[in-house]
Design a protein around this ligand. Structure first.
Ligand code: HEM
Length: 82
């Protein structure tokens, strides 16, 4: 994944930084449970999503690089800004 990540001093936002981490195939695979491109859905399911990303269980075809997981974790810790 080559998406540009926010700098370590920046607070990630959903629209600018988090949404683009989810590929079209991620969104499609998970639509039965929640919409990874929906701010409301990702907020609602943030705890299991973070836990899957950290354990490497999801995405099903390979874990995210740690720097990408860190962006999602920081976004959750910041109170999930839109
Ligand atoms: C970053 C991308 C993804 C995230 C954040 C994600 C997140 C999740 C979460 C939170 C669950 C529920 C786990 C639980 O609480 O039991 C789940 C289940 C599942 N996901 Fe994903 N997913 C992603 C991508 C994918 C992809 C690419 C596939 C495969 C095409 C996939 C297939 C599944 C399946 C089959 C389940 C249900 C079975 C299970 O729990 O293992 N997901 N995913």
């Amino acid at each position: 994944m080559t998406a540009e990540l926010p700098g370590s001093g920046e607070t990630p936002s959903f629209d600018r930084d988090v949404k683009k981490l989810f590929r079209p195939m991620d969104r499609e695979a998970m639509l039965g449970a929640f919409d990874l491109w929906s701010y409301e859905d990702v907020c609602k399911h943030a705890t299991p999503i973070l836990s899957e990303l950290k354990s490497g269980g999801m995405p099903c075809d390979g874990a995210w690089p740690p720097a990408q997981v860190a962006v999602f974790e920081k976004w959750v810790a910041a109170g999930m800004p839109k």
